[in-house]
Design a protein around this ligand. Structure first.
Ligand code: 8YV
Length: 309
């Protein structure tokens, strides 16, 4: 049997249903009761950015062999526990990189050029009463990136085409990169106009964007988060934006999805998206095929397509 941690993609669910005895975890309000009945038949868990396999779920599944995540991020999986138990883990890297990087650029343009507000202006019939207020240029702005992995590098490549000087922070300097490296987030933020969060969420990167970082980014600075909500101290972000200590923010992710702090709804300097950076037909199909391919490889004793652990 395969356990689907939460609903995620219609095509994926249809294919899993054809191939396996699929249990939808969300169909069982009493999870303890579900596990006491079915735990012994579950050999695989399919998770995503919202639900994966934490220590208590892994402990409850004695026959678990593989966790295949419909996401590149692995923060909802207890990797240490998987390693200990010899449980394999796979994710969906590469196939979503372009879409996520595209959306990061989209957020920069949306925040600085106020695209959502311009659209509302036209729809609300305000154009006849006068021109829209002036906005802020994106081309040439200094872009700083936390995490120069696959997604961070794809954001950098796109921003370069807008003549943006690129700098980054990561645990170590990348030997193969000509972008400016800063060994601390504070130094990075003190030297950029737009800060992009593109690293994995780990214990080390939780709240990597804290009050001090937000203040160093400053009243003209813009935060773009296409990583994970908990990368940012969200209450401090709300305060910084409300007080005008931070210029603006483009956010695809939040600390407690799908709940977004309501104070943000009132702010005019933010663009808020419902975690959609990888959400194109093309990418979600590729992600689904990777999950299916990894499970198939595992159950046929073949090498996994995108192993993590
Ligand atoms: C998804 C993601 O939105 O890949 C990730 O880490 O956050 C996303 O691609 C999510 O897993 C879709 O269910």
């Amino acid at each position: 049997g395969v356990l689907l941690a939460c609903p995620m993609n219609t095509y994926l669910e249809e294919e899993l249903t054809k191939r396996y005895n699929l249990f939808h975890f969300s169909n069982f309000p009493d999870r303890t009761q579900f596990l006491s009945q079915h735990a012994n038949s579950i050999r695989a868990v399919v998770g995503n950015a919202f639900a994966g396999a934490d220590a208590s779920l892994i402990d409850a599944l004695p026959k678990l062999e593989i966790v295949s995540s419909f996401s590149v991020g692995l923060d909802k999986i207890d990797l240490g526990k998987c390693k200990e138990r010899g449980i394999k883990v796979t994710n969906t890297p590469d196939v979503l990189t372009d879409d996520v990087a595209d959306l990061a650029i989209g957020l920069m343009l949306a925040v600085l050029r106020r695209i959502p507000q311009c659209d509302l202006y036209v729809r609300n019939g305000l154009w006849k009463k006068g021109d829209f207020r002036l906005t802020t240029r994106f081309s040439g702005k200094r872009v700083g990136i936390i995490g120069l992995g696959r997604i961070g590098a794809a954001v950098a490549k796109r921003a370069e085409a807008f003549d943006c000087p690129i700098s980054y922070y990561s645990r170590s300097k990348k030997a193969d990169s000509n972008y400016t490296y800063y060994p601390s987030v504070i130094e990075l933020v003190s030297n950029c106009d737009i800060l992009v969060v593109a690293c994995a969420l780990t214990e080390e990167t939780r709240h990597i964007v804290n009050r001090e970082v937000l203040d160093a980014l400053g009243p003209k600075g813009v935060l773009i988060n296409i990583g994970r909500g908990p990368h940012v101290d969200e209450p401090e972000l709300v305060k910084a934006l409300s007080d005008g200590r931070l210029g603006g923010a483009g956010l695809d992710v939040f600390a407690n999805e799908p709940h977004v702090p309501e104070e943000l709804f009132k702010l005019d300097n933010v663009v808020l998206l419902p975690h959609v950076a990888s959400g194109t037909e093309e990418t979600r199909t590729d992600m689904a095929n990777l999950v299916l391919g990894n499970l198939e490889a595992h159950f046929n004793g073949k090498p996994l397509l995108t192993p993590v652990v």
